[in-house]
Ligand binder design. Sequence first.
Ligand code: ZN
Length: 398
Amino acid sequence: MSLLLTGISELTTNDPARGDGHADPGDALLGVIRDAALVVSTDGVVEWVGPVAEAPDADTRRDLGGRAVIPGFVDSHTHLVFAGDRSAEFAARMTGTPYDGGGIAVSVAATRAASDDELRALVAARVAEMRAQGTTTVEIKSGYGLTLDDELRSLRIAREVTSHTTFLGAHVVPREYAPDRAAYVDLVTGPMLDAVTADGPTTLAESIDVFCEPHSAHAFDGDEARTILEAGRAAGLSLRVHGNQLGPGPGVRLACELGARSVDHCTFLDEADVEALAAARGTTVATLLPGVEFSTRSPYPDARALIDAGVDVALASDCNPGTCYSSSIPFAIALAVREMGMTPAEALHAATAVSARSLGLDRRIAPGQPAELAVIDAPSHLHLAYRAGVPIVRALDL
Ligand SMILES: [Zn+2]
C-alpha cells in the first residue's frame, strides 16, 4: 500500500541535487521543492519525491493543506534516563549561582532510587514530548547511574526506545570515588565497558562518551578522557565527547585526533580547536547545544565562525535535568538563529542532516529512505525561528 501526500507548500529534502531552484543559498542547502508531493509506503519508506504536478498515483491520498514538510529532527545529544527534580538549581543559577557539574550527583541519587518502571515511564514521556515537537530520532546517553548495574539498566531502558544509545559512565566521578578518581576510570574502562559490550560490541550501546572538562572538579581531564575513549574504541564503540563547555580545554582536539563522530558543546574554542575541527570535516561533527547556554546563562558558541571555517555544525537539545531541561529542537533552532549567527536554513540543516551524520544516518528525503518526517503549520521552514516558542511543528504520523 502507498500514500500520496499533497498540499506541501515547501518540502525540505536535504538533497541539494533535488531542489527546484537554487538562487537562494538556503534553499540550495536544503534542496527545497515548492508545491511538492511525496509517495510513502505504509511500512514507512519514501517511494517518490517531486513537484505535485508530476506526482504518480497511489493507493490513498492525504492533503496537508499548504504546510511545509521537513525531515524529522535528529536530536543527537540527550540524557533522558533520569529521575528527580532540579528546578531549584536552575532558579538559583538564574540569580547568579554558577554551574560546575556538581548537581549531577542529585540526579544520580534520584535515578538510582527509581524503579525500572518509573524510569521507563519518564523516558517514554520525554520521547513523546520530543515527537510532539518534530523530533523523530533521538540519541540517549546513560550517565546518571554510575554503578555497573545502574549504567546497564539505563542503557537497557534507553535501548527500548532507540538504537542510538551512548555509554556515559564517564559523566562525572561519583561521590564515592572522589578520593580515588583512577579507580573510577578503571571501573569504567574495565568491568563497566566489559558488561556494556558483553553481548556484542553495539548490542547495548552504539557509542561511548566522556565529559572532558578540566574546569569541573567532577568531570574528567584530557588524560582520563583519552584513556576512556581509547578503551571504548578498542571495544568497538564509536566515540562522542563533551568538550570545551565550561572553558578552554583539550576535549575538542582529543575528539578530532581520535576520530570521534561528534564533539559536543564547543563553547570555548581557540584557533587551534577550530582548525582541528575544520580538518576533521567529514569525520567529526561539532554539535552545538544552545539550550545549555540559555539555561546556564553562559556565552553562546560562535557557530558563524565554525561554519565559515568549514566545520560540520550540528544542533541538538542536550535535554538533561541540570543544564537544559528542554527537549525542544525548535527552541535550539531559534537560539541558533538569534544568538549564534546561523541562518534559518543552516540551523534546520544542522538539526537534521548534520546531527544525523553524527549518528551514522542519512537524513535526506529521497526514494528508499525511511519516511521520518515532520510537518509545520506554516508555509515554510523560516517559521521555525520566526515563530519561536509557538508549537507549530510535530512529527508526521503516517
Ligand atoms: Zn550532555
